[in-house]
Design a protein around this ligand. Structure first.
Ligand SMILES: NC(=O)c1ccc[n+]([C@@H]2O[C@H](COP(=O)([O-])OP(=O)(O)OC[C@H]3O[C@@H](n4cnc5c(N)ncnc54)[C@H](O)[C@@H]3O)[C@@H](O)[C@H]2O)c1
Length: 339
């Protein structure tokens, strides 16, 4: 069993606790939060847990092998660095850090120490997203032309980071996972309505080395909740709707194909429409966070590299930083430097 301490008992922390508590290979022993009331709430619900207001207590505890960090993004770098330096394996929530210099340092530190560093890119553990990737890789799907993703809702407003840093790590991690590549450039446009400097709505346009392009729309100022991603391939198309409990994934056997023709010395393109079946594949219903937590434990125990390791976290942070630069420059096309 892997003995674990968790830091951060706000909104997301209790979900991690619930999943870790049910994993046979995990021994969740202690939780910490600077807010004592949050700690009390969790230790009341899970009486076997020890609680503390001092995260340092977990980092100094020699019996703790792994630390799970679910605190606000601005605290991730410092807590993850201290945990790795204390010889602990780390599962840290997204985004890994608030700038690429810090995310690279964490990825390098994990490599140097041989410790597991995993980032909570939950959607890469989502059975619908995994199935989508498998389908989009098939010859019958054709090369991916473009992807667009919408992640909007009314709330939760976060005063410290904008909607992009809060919501887009999910879309970016899904895009990089589906395409197996990081973008070369990004254009970002957005607007702050509620608090100056903190954008409530952001539109991203990303270009990838393969020629694929993507668009991401995030907002916490929208009338209704949408979590939808569309992948347009050369031969097929797919829609992943996370809120559709019956048909999370739909595969469309349809498309437009163009062929060049020459007629009397004139060259033109003939475009043909193909409209075939729509298929809704059966998707496994295991909670993605359960799969994520189990993967972390497996990686720690078997010394395996996580699917969402420090470098995967760094790629997302590098793209977010480039997008932030573009936002400040009024939507200038900005290079994404991942190396
Ligand atoms: N993977 C997902 O789907 C998902 C979903 C929601 C949130 N998250 C991530 O989880 C993290 C936490 O988000 P949340 O919504 O739970 O935020 P939250 O504000 O509800 O909770 C954060 C908690 O951390 C505590 N805290 C702050 N600084 C601390 C420190 N230095 N040491 C110990 N405790 C500290 C706060 O008191 C608070 O209770 C964020 O990084 C967020 O992006 C991920």
């Amino acid at each position: 069993m892997v003995r674990i301490g968790l830091i951060g008992c706000g909104y997301w922390g209790p979900n991690l606790v619930r999943n870790l508590a049910e994993l046979e290979e995990a021994d969740l022993a202690v939780v910490a939060d600077v807010d004592a009331s949050k700690v009390r709430k969790l230790t009341r619900r899970y009486p076997f847990l020890r609680g503390t207001e001092d995260p340092g207590e977990i980092l100094r505890d020699a019996a703790i092998e792994a630390v799970v960090i679910a605190t606000p993004a601005e605290t991730h770098f410092d807590l993850a660095r201290r945990a790795l330096e204390a010889g602990k394996h780390v599962l840290v929530e997204k985004p890994l850090a608030m700038n690429p210099d810090e995310s690279r340092r964490l990825a390098e530190l994990a490599d140097r120490t041989g410790l597991t560093l995993m980032v909570g890119h939950t959607f890469e553990y989502n059975p619908a997203v995994r199935r989508l990737k498998a389908l989009a890789r098939e010859e019958a799907f054709g090369k991916t032309r473009y992807i667009y993703s919408t992640r909007v809702n009314l709330g939760i407003f976060r005063p410290e980071i904008n909607a992009m840093w809060n919501l887009a790590p999910h879309d970016l991690s899904i895009l990089f996972y589906l395409l197996d590549e990081a973008p070369v450039s990004v254009i970002a446009l957005g607007k702050a309505f509620l608090k100056p400097g903190v954008e409530d709505v952001v539109f991203l346009y990303l270009e990838f080395p393969s020629g694929a392009v993507a668009h991401v729309h995030v907002s916490w100022l929208d009338p209704s909740k949408v979590r939808r991603l569309t992948v347009v391939g050369e031969k097929r198309m797919a829609v992943y709707d996370d809120l559709d409990s019956e048909q999370k994934l739909k595969l469309y056997d349809r498309g437009l194909e163009s062929t060049l023709f020459v007629d009397g010395g004139i060259q033109d393109y003939q475009v043909r429409l193909r409209a075939g079946d729509i298929l809704a594949p059966k998707i496994e219903t295991t909670e993605p966070l359960r799969i994520e937590c189990a993967h972390f434990i497996e990686c720690v125990r078997d010394k395996k590299r996580p699917l969402t390791d420090g470098w995967s976290g760094h790629r997302v942070v590098a793209a977010l930083a480039a997008a932030d630069e573009s936002l400040r420059a009024g939507g200038a096309r900005t290079a994404v430097r991942v190396a």
